[in-house]
Design a protein around this ligand. Structure first.
Ligand code: 5RP
Length: 230
């Protein structure tokens, strides 16, 4: 599986050109991309990156990839990031690694987003992977009730749980927020659900990435498949 992730990352690297301003994703697949990018930088490639998490910042620094912020530059040419699920319209579920807020800000500031993944992430319909919803801890009870209402309006339902870190404490995002993971099973209309969740005051962001991915690079046993958004 790790080899497939690296193959997808290597294919995305072919799209990187000298002088590009890059969004750097988070997760095990994005980490391969950063390592391979670091090798190219060491060989003379001139790029600059915006990391989507503190973990990615640390990886990029370790690999020698120069970094900047979205305050210092006005756009990104390309973002390369992983995903938890990818559907045929290239809608995504992201946030399994907890970085969905910065990932979405960076993807939205980017001219193109390439999603890299092993082909187990490809699904006919989103929802098997629990949908991460990043929330403000204050008023969580009210926010959860509003989320349930939004689910019902969009024809989905399922268990919700506040994400825990490995040490058993509540998982806290880089932005200081919490994540509620919702087991929805099947999301028939992800765009409507995305809109409904975004309208809830205590919701900071959610893991539905609608219309952001330009292409997906999927690595599987039969080789690499590149899918462009129509
Ligand atoms: C982090 C993410 C990751 O891109 C997603 O969880 C995929 O991770 P991995 O490449 O480790 O499977 O959205 O917030």
């Amino acid at each position: 599986m790790d080899q497939l992730k690296r193959q997808a990352a290597a294919r995305a690297l072919d799209e990187v050109r000298d002088g590009m301003q890059l969004g750097l994703g988070t997760g095990s697949t994005a980490k391969h991309f950063i390592e391979l990018l670091g090798e190219r930088v060491a060989a003379g490639l001139n790029v600059i990156g915006v990391p989507t998490s503190e973990a990615t910042r640390a990886d990029a620094e370790r690999c020698g990839v120069p970094l900047t912020t979205l305050d210092e530059i006005d756009h990104l040419d390309l973002t390369v990031d992983g995903a938890d699920e990818i559907d045929p319209q290239l809608n995504l579920i992201k946030g399994g690694g907890g970085a969905l807020l910065r990932e979405k800000i960076v993807a939205a500031a980017s001219d193109r987003m390439i999603v890299i993944a092993d082909d187990t992430k490809w699904v006919p319909t989103l929802g098997r992977f629990p949908l991460p919803v990043e929330v403000i801890p204050f008023g969580l009870g009210a926010t959860r009730r509003a989320i349930e209402k939004a689910f019902a309006q969009c024809g989905v339902s399922g268990q919700m749980a506040v994400r825990k870190a490995k040490d058993g404490h509540v998982f806290v995002t880089d932005g200081g927020h919490w994540i509620v993971d919702a087991q929805l099973g099947r999301i028939a209309d992800p765009a409507s659900l995305a809109k409904a969740l975004s309208a809830i005051p205590g919701v900071v962001e959610h893991g539905l990435f609608i219309g952001l991915a330009s292409s997906a690079v999927l690595a599987g046993g039969d080789g690499i498949r590149v899918i462009e958004r129509r």
